[in-house]
Design a protein around this ligand. Sequence first.
Ligand SMILES: [Zn+2]
Length: 217
Amino acid sequence: MDALFQIFISSFLLSLVHAAIPSHWLPLIALGKAEKWTDRETLTITAVTGAAHTLSTIAIGVIVGLVGYKLSESYHFITKIIAPLILIFLGVIYFILEYRHSLIKTSHEHHHIPIDEIIEKKKSKKSIVFALSAAMFFSPCLEIEIYYFTASRFGWLGISIVSVVYFFVTVLGMMFLVHFASRGVRKLNWHFLEHHDKLISGIVLVLVGLLAFFIEY
Ligand SMILES: [Zn+2]
């Protein structure tokens, strides 16, 4: 497989599971219902908060990528061996979290957006959007950052592929989920996604990590 194509596919998979993490889209549905937003408003707000979240994640990723690029000039094994190993290791942690999660059976503790607080305070729409965007901006996600190491072997081209794919797939993926899940489309098993996101993330991380071993430089 062509190396750049492989980076594209891996970024795509990581971004898909990222968008699917319930804390990224469930609170928006709950808020939209509580605040009586129209579908259009909820989707726009999803796009804004999704963009805020991915932009901060990408900013960190670019720094990681540049560091990775510098390191890979003299320490080839970092991008070739260490980065994939970290991805696989993260995947295993997700498996453990999934297992522990199903043992403890604590269901709805995974929202990192304080929705109850927002709803109770009866804030204006503008300030809600601002609060949400800030919360999402300041909680960037980790998984993709490690992949920047792997992609950085190809310099700005690799870094750009990961960033562009991550931005569009995450934001559109979140919008897709908010749109269809809020309409109560029952054909897809949202509940499964809601409670097994760690399992799905774990599988993708291990897969992407394994693939990264085989990228030809
Ligand atoms: Zn995230």
